[in-house]
Each structure stands twice: as C-alpha cells, then as structure tokens.
Design a protein around this ligand. Structure first.
Ligand code: ADP
Length: 311
C-alpha cells in the first residue's frame, strides 16, 4: 500500500502540492486527473524519490521514503512526462543501459519478456529517433517495467499520440494493470475513465474529488440538466421554480438583452419537463428554446477545477 500523508512541495514561493492525503491499495488502477499545472508531475516526482518533499511523508509498504529511498525506487517503475529517452541509441542498447543501472541480472531473459509485453519485436535494433511517437512511448514503458516493479507510475502516457496509438498504449496499460499497482496521470477525463478503477481529481495542489470511477459516473448519471431561453420572465420567477416544481436541485440564470437564459438541474428520476412546460404556459412566459442534457464526468471535472491551473 502507498500512503501519502499531508504532502507539501514548494518551488521557492510557489506551493505546487498543498497537503495531499491519499491511500492507494495494492493492485489498484488509479487515475490522477487535473488540469495542467495542478501538481500531478510534482506529486509523482516526490513519490518516485526524484524530489524531496517540503513537508509530509510518503510510505510505501509501511516504509518511509525518507529512510528507504533506494529500496522503494526498486519497487517503482516510472514513465516521466514527455518520456525522456536517449534517442540516438537503439532500443536494445537503451534497454541494456537501463538494465545496467538497475542491476538487472538475467537481462536477456527479461528483455525477451518486456519486448513481447510491449510489442517491440520489429524495432529492437532500430535507433529510437527513427521510431513513431507510439513506439517511443512503448520503449518508455519498457524501461519503466524492466526491473519488474510492483508499482508503475505513468505521467500523461498518451499525451501527444494519435487516436490509433492511444488505443494501443491504452491496451498495454490495461494489460499491465492486471499485475501491478498502477497510477496514471492525465488532464483528459476520458483517458482515465477508460482504464482506471478509481479517480482522484487534483486542482491547485489539492485533492478536490476521490472516488471509484463507477461511483463518480453513477452520481453524475443521476443528474439531468435543462437549458431554457425565455422572454417575459424575471430571474426571480425562475429561481421561484424551485418552490413550485419538485426535484429541482439547482438553478442558474442569466439575463441577456430582453431574454433570460436558465439552467435547471434535477435528479434524473424526477423528470420535470412536463411540470416545467405547464408552469411556463401558466405564467405566459415565451419559450424560445429548451433542451435537456446529461451532466458528464467531463463537466463535473470542469466544475471542480474551473478556477484553472497554476501555470
Ligand atoms: P501538472 O503535472 O499537474 O501539470 P506540475 O506538477 O508540473 O503540474 O506543476 C505544478 C506547479 O508547479 C505549476 O505551477 C508549475 O509551473 C510549477 N513547477 C513545476 N515544476 C517546477 C520547477 N521545477 N520549478 C518551479 N516551478 C515548477
């Protein structure tokens, strides 16, 4: 188990991570989601021992990273953001080099396994700079799993890839998730939604949501939203709908010229459309537009992080 306790990381005056508390169970596939500048990479760098925390502690399997840095590094595989590789080297030479640093004993056997797992058969003897971005990413993942770590941390693993490459890397990630604790960061909701059991949303260095992907999605599926555009109505009349129609959870309203635009949220099980129509008719408001939409996870993410990133 990984336990992050009140983690703080400052860069000079800037607080990039502000008191993160998080427990990650063995075998979990955790999505670390947040806009650019939220503090995802910084958290990963501290977690992998590349940076010292300003305050707080990280325990991996009950061992404090401060006292057991080397040991814990052996348990973790890490694909940094932008996947820095020695691009003049061939895939073989690069992995050999990583294996030497990691002091991997049976390199030949391990290389075979990793090449097969990452689908690198055709490119082993090619220089990395001749490979497509998708293949480079596979090489990055290969170096991260070469020492067969229990925990794998992938920072924005599909960033900059085309849709086919994304699908391939996603498939590889799903396979790896079957045998390892996996932590993946992304600033794209669908990315983590597709592969993760649990999603933690981070904004401005703080956790703003944490839940099972299915639960987060379920709660969101429960809420529907109706947008209406009206004439001859006042904002206070619209807010008053909360009293007359049952099941409304939230109303927002904006006047534009002689029109009013309103968004009405309600629990999906109480379909308010009929009552809303009858009320509009009764009040003799002129209905210019009305449409319904489901709130998506993407929207919740945007709401939770709408004050933007730090960058
Ligand atoms: P994310 O990975 O979520 O995009 P980062 O952890 O990279 O976020 O960055 C968090 C904040 O810390 C940002 O405001 C970023 O500009 C700042 N930051 C990141 N790395 C450094 C650094 N080496 N020196 C100074 N500021 C940094």
């Amino acid at each position: 188990m990984i336990e992050i306790k009140k983690l703080v990381k400052d860069y000079g005056e800037l607080r990039a991570v502000n008191g993160i508390e998080l427990k990650i169970n063995d075998g979990e596939i955790l999505g670390f989601l947040g806009p650019n500048g939220a503090g995802k990479s910084t958290t990963f760098k501290v977690l992998t021992g590349y940076l010292q925390p300003t305050a707080g502690n990280i325990f991996v399997g009950n061992k404090n990273i401060k006292d057991h840095s080397l040991e814990i590094r052996k348990m973790i595989g890490y694909l940094p953001e932008n996947n820095p590789l020695y691009v003049e080297m061939t895939v073989y030479d690069y992995l050999r080099f990583v294996a030497d640093i990691r002091e991997i004993k049976d390199f030949k056997k391990r290389l075979k396994e990793v090449i097969s797992q990452c689908g690198l058969h055709g490119v082993v003897h090619k220089p990395i700079n001749t490979l497509s971005k998708g293949y480079r990413q596979r090489v990055g993942i290969a170096q991260a799993i070469l020492h067969d770590p229990e925990i794998l941390i992938l920072d924005e693993p599909t960033s900059g890839l085309d849709p086919n490459q994304i699908a391939e890397i996603r498939e590889l990630i799903i396979q790896l998730g079957k045998e390892k604790t996996l932590i993946i960061s992304s600033h794209i909701m669908q990315e983590v939604q597709a592969v993760c059991d649990r999603i933690v949303i981070i904004n401005r260095g703080e956790i703003v949501a944490d839940g099972k992907t299915a639960e987060l999605t379920e709660n969101i599926d429960n809420i529907d939203k109706i947008s209406i555009e009206l004439k001859n109505a006042e904002a206070e009349d619209i807010f008053g709908l909360k009293e007359t129609i049952q099941g409304i959870t939230k109303i927002s309203c904006e006047a534009k010229d002689d029109k009013l635009q309103a968004e009405i949220e309600y629990l999906a099980e109480n379909d308010i459309r009929e009552d809303l129509y009858l009320q509009i008719k009764k009040e003799k408001w002129i209905l210019l537009e009305m449409h319904r939409k489901h709130a998506s996870l993407e929207e919740i993410f945007r709401n939770l992080t709408s004050n933007g990133g730090n960058k």
